[in-house]
Design a protein around this ligand. Sequence first.
Ligand code: PEP
Ligand code: MN
Length: 347
Amino acid sequence: MLIVMKSGAAAAEIDAVVNVIQKIGLRPHPMPGATRTAIGITGNHGPIDGRRFENLAGVAEVIRVTKPYKLITLDLRPEKTVVRLGNATIGGSELAIIAGPCAIESRDQAFAVAEAVQKSGARFFRGGVWKPRTSPYAFQGLGETGWEIITEIRQAFQLKIVTEALEEPHVGLIEQYGDVIQIGARNMQNFSLLRRAGRSQLPVLLKRGMAATLEEWLLAAEYIMAEGNYNVILCERGVRTFTQHTRNTLDLASVPAIRQISHLPVIVDPSHGTGSAYMVTPLARASVAVGADGLMVEVHNHPELALSDGVQALTPSEYARLVGEVRAIREVTTPLVNQSRLETKVA
Ligand code: PEP
Ligand code: MN
């Protein structure tokens, strides 16, 4: 159920609707928009009788939700969500670039990469402190030592830190030392982790599971939003197919497909999406051309010495070139993407 308030509805009228929803034991999700506020309702397992809301002051329309999603949809918020962290945004007019090594390996490595990231004008630094590795014998991340390095980078370079939570207690640590909680492909359906991230005040970057359909991915985002955290960023990172020429098949069609359904920002990770450094820049260009709100790119000062994912890491100079190219593409494509959005609305 979705309650659309009249465009001039007073705050007290919105509060009154919120109160009724709470009194019947459900959870209200008020979403203020450019022209009106809509209130999503979660917590019900069956249909709700919407008539009780129809005569409340300020209510324009009560809509039954027939799709599996309630909170990620354009019905609830027709305008795009812009995730804001200080002066950095994801989903706004600026192309968001999140770059850094796969894992924090040492102070020297992390500082060298952070310098390149800052120089490029990117506002987000990525780097795993705990790594989800296929083999238990592979490098698992520096853990606590990694946090000391990240804390220094955050201070020295004024970059927003994006790092992955593998377990629920990691979320608390990211809340203390980081800026964005990354939930990785392997954890996209770790529901207790999704719920914990949903109770955080920090934005959550939700990667697509390796075998996840669009619906499963969007429902994972619903888990986070249903707990009250509306700052979710979707990240396409490729899915597993029969191809052998790439590590994953980067599904760039998911970007316009999500746009059609959801207000959430979508970024693309061409590093895990291809698995080879030489393919990262071409696919980054394509990601921006298709309308992605940003990119997540792995960079290493010595890819040949990397403890994880060196084959797909760009060197600082390759990365700097990529940034120049994708920014130029963004300039050209932004009006086109906006135009096609208007046309879709009219159609
Ligand atoms: C990562 O970004 O470091 C990572 C492990 O990616 P994914 O979860 O997409 O495999
Ligand atoms: Mn990696």
